[in-house]
Design a protein around this ligand. Structure first.
Ligand SMILES: [Mn+2]
Length: 376
C-alpha cells in the first residue's frame, strides 16, 4: 500500500499582475498555504509528498522567497518530499534547485532525470520537462511495467492532449498522451501544470490520472483550484483513491451584473451583501445607468474596496445614459461655462463611439456640478 499527497503549481513569487494592491497579499498567502499542504501530509501520515512542478514562478526567484519555502520544508522534517521541476522552474544551468540551499534539505529529493525512484512500496517514474517548447510526449520515457512488481506512479508536468475543457494553449502546451496509462500499465499518473483539479479515467473507466491543481488559486478564471490530493493505492492494479483536500485560503468570485435603471443599484448592493466574505471580487457591469446615478455607483464601489481584498470592476460595457435635463442646457450665468456646455453637447451629438460618448457625458456632468457651485 502507498499513500501520498500530490501538489503542484505553487507559483511562489508570482507577480499577481492585475490584482493591484492585493498582489503582495496574494503572494504572501501562497507561501502560507504551503503549510496547509504539508500539515495534511502530517495528519494523514502519508509515505511522501509529491510536488509536480512549477513550485516557483521562475528560476530567477529571489533568495528571500527561496528561503521562505525552505524554512517551511524544514518544519516538516519527517515528510519525504519528491520534487519534479516544471516549465516555470525548469531544469538547466539557471535552475533554482541548483542553489546550494536545496542540497542541504535532507528530506527533499529533486527528480532531475527519468530514472525511476523506489519509495516504500511505490516506484516513481519522473518525466522532467527539459524544453518549454517540446512537442514530444513527456511520458515517453516511462517503461512498460505491466509485468513488473510494485505500485508504479508516473510523475509529469504538462497537458493531457485533447482533455482540456476548452481548446486553449493548455491543449497543446507540453503534451502528454492520455493513453499512456493503458500502454505502460502504470497504476497512476500524477500531473501538474493545470491549475484546476481534474481526474481522468483509463480505458476501463478507472480514474488513474489526476491534476491536483494549484494549492492556492492564482487568478479569477480558474475553477476547482486551491487543493492538494490525498492518493492511496492499496496494491498493483488497484483503483487509486483520490481525495481532494482544501488548502487554499482566498475566496474568489467573478460575475456579470446587468444595470437597467436606478433600481439596479439596490440590486447591486444586495449582491455585495451576499458576497461580503469573499476576498477577491471581479465584476463586469453592463447595460444602462442614468448619469445622475453614476456618482452613487462610484460611492458603492469605493466602499466595497474597503470590504474585499481585491475588487476589479469592468465598466466598458456599461452605457451611461444622459438624462433629459442635460439635453436642454441650463444657463450657468457664465458665458464661458455656457459656451463649454454647447461645445460638449455638439461633440456628443456627433460622436457614436460609446467610449468617447462616456467621456463627453462625464465632462458634461462635471460641468453641471461646477455650474451649480458657481451659482451658489
Ligand atoms: Mn506549468
Amino acid at each position: 500500500m502507498v499513500q501520498f499527497i500530490q501538489t503542484s503549481d505553487w507559483q511562489i513569487g508570482m507577480k499577481g499582475g492585475g490584482l493591484g494592491d492585493a498582489g503582495p497579499i496574494v503572494r504572501e498567502i501562497r507561501i502560507e498555504s504551503i503549510h496547509n499542504v504539508l500539515k495534511s501530509a502530517q495528519e494523514q501520515k502519508v509515505d511522501f509528498v509529491l510536488l509536480c512542478g512549477d513550485i516557483f514562478e521562475h528560476n530567477m526567484i529571489s533568495q528571500e522567497d527561496v528561503k521562505k519555502v525552505v524554512t517551511i520544508f524544514n518544519q516538516y522534517p519527517d515528510i519525504p518530499i519528491y520534487l519534479l521541476p516544471g516549465n516555470h522552474d525548469m531544469l538547466g544551468a539557471d535552475c533554482v534547485y541548483n542553489r546550494p540551499i536545496f542540497q542541504r534539505v535532507n528530506h527533499l529529493t529533486i527528480l532531475r532525470t527519468s530514472d525511476s525512484v523506489k519509495v516504500t512500496d511505490a516506484i516513481l517514474h519522473p518525466c522532467p520537462v527539459l524544453s518549454k517548447f517540446t512537442t514530444q510526449d513527456l511520458t515517453g520515457t516511462i517503461p512498460v511495467v505491466r509485468e513488473v512488481d510494485g505500485i508504479h506512479i508516473g510523475v509529469a508536468h504538462g497537458s493531457l492532449v485533447g482533455k482540456s475543457p476548452v481548446p486553449t494553449w493548455e491543449d497543446v502546451d507540453l503534451p502528454i498522451d492520455p493513453a499512456y496509462i493503458d500502454r505502460t500499465g502504470i497504476d497512476y499518473l500524477a500531473l501538474g501544470h493545470w491549475h484546476s483539479h481534474r481526474t481522468f479515467e483509463d480505458s476501463t473507466g478507472i480514474a488513474r490520472i489526476a491534476y491536483s491543481g494549484t494549492h492556492e488559486q492564482t487568478k479569477y478564471d480558474e475553477d476547482n483550484a486551491g487543493h492538494c490530493l490525498l492518493i492511496q493505492i492499496d496494491g498493483k492494479g488497484d483503483a487509486p483513491k483520490i481525495v481532494p483536500i482544501k488548502t487554499g485560503q482566498l475566496t474568489w468570485v467573478s460575475r456579470e451584473f446587468e444595470m437597467k435603471d436606478s433600481s439596479s443599484l439596490i440590486g447591486l448592493e444586495k449582491y455585495f451583501e451576499s458576497i461580503k466574505g469573499i476576498d477577491m471580487v471581479r465584476l463586469v457591469l453592463y447595460g444602462e445607468l442614468p448619469l445622475e446615478f453614476k456618482e452613487e455607483l462610484e460611492n458603492i464601489l469605493e466602499f466595497q474596496t474597503t470590504i474585499h481584498k481585491n475588487l476589479r470592476v469592468k465598466l466598458d460595457s456599461l452605457n451611461i445614459t444622459v438624462p433629459p435635463q442635460l439635453e436642454a442646457p441650463p444657463d450657468f450665468g457664465d458665458p464661458i461655462l455656457n459656451q463649454t456646455e454647447i461645445h460638449l453637447e455638439q461633440l456628443l451629438a456627433n460622436e457614436i463611439d460609446p467610449r468617447e460618448r462616456r467621456i463627453i457625458i462625464e465632462a458634461l456632468a462635471h460641468l453641471q456640478r461646477l455650474g451649480k457651485e458657481v451659482e451658489v
